[in-house]
Structures are given as C-alpha cells and as structure tokens.
Design a protein around this ligand. Sequence first.
Ligand SMILES: [Zn+2]
Length: 256
Amino acid sequence: GGGGGGGGIHRSNMITTISEYDFRCIECNEKAAELHRDYSNGILKITICESCQKPVDKYIEYDPVIILIDAILCKTQAFRHILFNTRLNIHWKLCVFSLLCEAYLRWSMLHGSEQSSDPADIIRYTKEWEFYGMFGLAALELSAFCGGVLCFLWVVVCCLQGETMELCLLLRALLLSCYGKVLLIPAVIWEHDYSPLCLGLIKLFVLTSNSQAIRVILNSRRRLSLMAVCVGLLSETCVAQACKKLSWSIQDMLTF
Ligand SMILES: [Zn+2]
C-alpha cells in the first residue's frame, strides 16, 4: 500500500490528457487509472499496465508526427491513444472543414467544363446557391453515413449482444477518423489534376480509418466494423440517389 499524501501541484502538464475518466492500455485495451505518475522531484514515469506488463501508453512520449504516421498506417495502438487517452476535440471543426472541401470539389466538378467569362450577377448568385446546395448535400450524406453506422451498431451491440455502447464516443471516433478527407485539399487546389481513381483511393482510405476507429471503440472483431461501414456506405448512397431523383423531379416541375 502506501502512496504519499502530500499534494501540491507540481507543474502544468505537457501532456493533453483527461483525468476524469479511465484511460485504456493501448496494447491490451485494459482500463488504467493513469498514464504516468508525476513524482515531486519532477520525474515523470510511464505507468506499466497490470495485465500485459507493457507501458499503458507509450505515445505520450512520442512526437505528434510519429503518432500521425502510425494513425495513417491504421495501427490499433495509435487509434487507442487518440480515441481514449487524449482530449482531441477537433471532430466538429474537422467535419465542417472536410464538408467545405467536398462541397467545393463537387461544385467545381459541376462547372468544370465551362469557363467563367461572363460575370453576370445572376449567374454568380446561382452558382453561390449551388455551392450551399452542395454543402447541404455533402452534410446530408455524411449524416446518412454516420446514422447508418450507428443504427447498425446499436441494433447489433445493444439489441442482439445486450452490451452497452457509448454513442458520443463512437460519433467522435467516426468524425475524427474522417480526417483523410483533408486529402481533398490537394484535389481542390489542383482542380484539373484529380482523377476518379485518386478520389476513390481517398474514399477507401477514409472508410478503412472509419472501420478501424469502430473496431477500437467497441473492441470488436474486424468483421463487425467492416459490416457497419458497409451499411453506412449503403445508407449514404441511398440518400445521394434520392436527392438526385428529387432534384431532377424539381427541375422537371420547373421546366414544364
Ligand atoms: Zn495492457
């Protein structure tokens, strides 16, 4: 037993971690009370996991670039570190940012062929509204994807397996793991250089990260997370098709 009382705040922490909820061992997913112990002489010691005898979170010492590289490689440990042991709270900002990129990309694809030589105001305003429309459509498709994934997982995990599921944590994980969409920026900058193959690869990368994030949060098998991503993709495609049909029928109504 033991544990010196004392007290006193040593120094503000360089590591962005929360002490309110339990941490996770990034190697074995076991819960841990702390990631490091702060001794009064200024020494930080990384906590060793009780169940696997490895450091609970080796990444707290690592450079963010290395953590990012490991996340890009879809390493389970890096995902556990980011999703459980940090308070990275940029998921909504990231979400809006990627939607803006996607909206601009779709909008520029729509006007890819025509050169804007005519600066007529009416046309410009129409195009502006089209951009908002594309943003709304991208947002709707993302909601359909997340909704599909969360509904599927809720049915499987809560109803069939009778386990609890933290929806907020899962949504944050889903949105954060869409970070690959920032790769759309190069496609937006070099407008005419993007190819369907390139966009397809970005999509595949985002879906892989999504699947890995689900697997880490639920500590489930790969099959379940892959199925969830497929259901999400299906729901996204259905919504996109429905919107396309709707806009066609509105155009038909307006022209006749
Ligand atoms: Zn462990």
